[in-house]
Ligand binder design. Structure first.
Ligand SMILES: Nc1ncnc2c1ncn2[C@@H]1O[C@H](COP(=O)(O)OP(=O)(O)OP(=O)(O)O)[C@@H](O)[C@H]1O
Length: 250
């Protein structure tokens, strides 16, 4: 479980998150949604300790994230942040292999190699494994980054807008892979999504943020409503229910 207790955050004196308390249960997919600037990436980066937490506490299982070493944290939690700065002169397979670093610290063993191979296969990267990152498409690169996070083999996987750059087939297949990781491997996936329909279709629960506060949380059918679209997203788009699932008609 990820437990966020009374977390507030400021950047340059400007309040970004206001007293957020939240529990993300272990297992399944939790989607963070909300309009631009709501604080989704900030909250995710605080959970992964990419930014220093100054007010409140975050626990991952029984670890308080401010109090564990980088190595311990990296064995429990992998994050794919929104902007990833990695040398373009890195091959796909090298990128994926980086995911194992917290485990082997520079001396990969057979298990590390096996997990890298499994990640390459699972994410369909075999045909492009020897290509450099600037020789593949944006969507393929996105998949390679998710494969690196998968190779890290942590219980918790945090992904910030992983559907960026993906076409409909790519987005759907990535969400199905994440679903499989949650259902078959028992992973806990926390994912920032802009497309509410993907969140409603694939996530077990949704947390909607608005102006640095939790505006709603729960299963899609409870969260994705006309009122949410109006009050949180400021749009009069309507929600229909298809096969028991809310669908936003844009
Ligand atoms: N480095 C920074 N310096 C100043 N303000 C920042 C910085 N990073 C984020 N902010 C501000 O914090 C607020 C929350 O940003 P954040 O990126 O967490 O939102 P978000 O919900 O992920 O948005 P988006 O959907 O646009 O990615 C925004 O108002 C943003 O302008």
């Amino acid at each position: 479980m990820i437990r966020v207790d009374q977390v507030s955050h400021q950047i340059g004196g400007a309040p970004i998150l206001h007293d957020i308390s939240l529990e993300i249960p272990k297992g399944g997919i939790t989607a963070l949604i909300g309009p631009n600037g709501a604080g989704k990436s900030t909250l995710l980066s605080l959970m992964a300790r990419l930014q220093v937490l100054r007010q409140g506490e975050i626990h991952i299982d029984d670890m308080q994230i401010g109090k564990v070493s980088d190595r311990v944290l990296a064995r429990h939690l992998a994050i794919m942040a929104q902007s990833t700065h990695v040398s373009a002169r890195l091959r796909v397979e090298e990128l994926v292999a980086f995911g194992r670093y917290p485990w082997h610290r520079g001396r990969p063993g057979p298990e590390d190699h096996a997990l890298v191979e499994a990640a390459i296969a699972r994410f369909g990267l075999g045909p492009m494994r020897a290509r450099f990152l600037d020789e593949i498409s944006g969507g393929q690169r996105q998949r390679a980054f998710v494969a690196m996070a998968f190779a890290q083999d942590t219980d918790y996987l945090l992904l910030d807008e992983p559907l960026n750059n993906l076409d409909i087939a790519g987005a759907r297949s990535l969400m199905r892979l994440l679903r499989q990781m949650a259902d078959e491997d028992g992973k806990t996936v926390v994912i920032v999504l802009h497309d509410i329909n993907y969140a409603a279709r694939f996530a077990d629960r949704i947390v909607a943020l608005h102006e640095g506060r939790v505006a709603a949380q729960g299963p899609a059918a409870e969260v994705v409503t006309d009122a949410l679209l109006r009050d949180v997203f400021g749009t009069d788009a309507e929600v229909s229910v298809i096969d028991g699932q809310p669908v936003v008609l844009v």
